[in-house]
Design a protein around this ligand. Structure first.
Ligand code: PLP
Length: 376
């Protein structure tokens, strides 16, 4: 359903989450659920946990080797849960950062007083694989490596395949923040050597905010018992409660959000799975870039680094451009875009994920043209 038929929403969210959801996903929240009843735990939570594993890898025997943990809170809570729960007391974390979300992982590690080293790079550059490899080769104390897949700051797709190969070669554990890509970009954690992958309900799976999840192997998780530096964000404890209680969360679970997520997973299947969803996002993105360039806008990133998830554009050169008024006028026409987050350049961002279709992008481009013409 296009949002044109959706009279509950005055505008479309062209943001990287929360994003526009289908009416049927929102409608799924109208019923109340009991957190310790089988209808909920067995019927919804366990089904979600199994489906997440299926989405993460098609490896043989994945359903026995792999497992997933759901965790209350926004995406950052799950990142903090994983970082704080899986690095042993004597371990060292190596963070590859080229944007605000990579920096956030480093901040989490610092707050938790983890031993952490950071490979810091320009926000508009892909991480330097030679220096990453040299670091791992020369620092045997590094036990874990963390990197963001889709760096939402810029829209950059980081080379997790290459980083996974390096981690495998030096036998280090790889943690990937795939918050903004999981469900929208095909990723097979088993063949990519990703040990922990993290995402949340309100991004490419197109659910509503309230919880996130990590997918890993049972063997990995079993090694981490007792490592957690936080009580409520203890990943191992949450997992063992979910395993033993067959879908039981340790503390109050966001039942309505979880039910909406179950519906969002059904709709992902109906669309044709991650491959089909990715094709829609790629088409949204392709039309956006082509149209914006025709209107005189320039992308921040070169095409080969760019994801189909969100795109950063330079402010136009014209002195009359004011982001606030541009934003406001687009909102009045039914589109909410996103401010920039790059440190040294004036940019704004447009997301192409969520319940957003190519003809929505065409209508957006028409609205942008109108707003720009009115400005001159
Ligand atoms: C959205 C996002 C997060 C989590 O942000 P929350 O506001 O905590 O949900 C983390 N990493 C990336 C790359 C993201 O896009």
């Amino acid at each position: 359903m296009s949002h044109l038929e959706d009279d509950e929403n005055p505008y479309l969210l062209l943001t990287p989450g929360p994003l526009s959801t289908s009416r049927s996903v929102r409608r799924a929240m109208l019923r109340d659920w009991c957190t310790w009843d089988d209808d909920y735990n067995h019927g919804i939570v366990q089904v979600i946990r199994r489906k997440l594993v299926e989405l993460a890898t098609s490896a043989a025997d994945a359903e026995n080797r792999y497992t997933s943990v759901l965790m209350q809170g926004s995406g950052t809570f799950v990142v903090e849960s994983v970082i704080g729960s899986v690095v042993p007391p004597e371990g060292r974390l190596f963070v590859i950062a080229n944007g605000a979300y990579g920096e956030r992982i480093a901040k989490i590690a610092a707050t938790l007083s983890l031993d952490c080293v950071v490979n810091r790079e320009s926000e508009i550059q892909s991480p330097n694989l030679e220096s990453i490899e040299a670091r791992l080769a020369n620092d045997p104390k590094i036990s874990h490596v963390a990197v963001v897949h889709g760096e939402t700051t810029t829209g950059m797709l980081n080379p997790i395949r290459e980083i996974g190969l390096i981690c495998k070669k030096y036998d280090r554990i790889l943690i990937v923040d795939a918050m903004s890509t999981f469900g929208g970009v095909p990723i097979d954690v088993d063949s990519l050597h990703v040990d922990y992958i993290i995402s949340s309900a309100n991004k490419c799976i197109q659910g509503v905010p309230g919880f996130g999840f990590a997918i890993t192997t049972r063997d990995r998780l079993l090694e981490t018992k007792g490592y957690a530096r936080s009580y409520s964000l203890d990943l191992y404890d949450q997992w063992s409660t979910m395993e033993q209680g067959q879908g039981k969360w340790r503390f109050t679970s966001p039942t309505h959000t979880v039910r909406a997520f179950a519906q969002a997973l059904v709709e992902l299947e109906e669309e044709g799975g991650i491959v089909a969803r990715n094709a829609r996002y790629v088409e949204n993105h392709r039309r956006l870039i082509r149209g914006m360039e025709m209107l005189g806008f320039r992308c921040l990133l070169p095409a080969d680094l760019q994801s189909p998830i969100i795109t950063a554009f330079h402010f136009p050169d014209s002195p009359d451009f004011a982001f606030k008024s541009f934003y406001q006028q687009l909102k009045e026409r039914g589109f909410v875009i996103y401010p920039g987050k790059v440190t040294n350049v004036d940019t704004f961002r447009i997301g192409t994920i969520g319940e957003v279709y190519p003809d929505d992008v065409d209508r957006l481009l028409t609205a942008i043209q109108e707003v720009r013409q009115a400005a001159v």
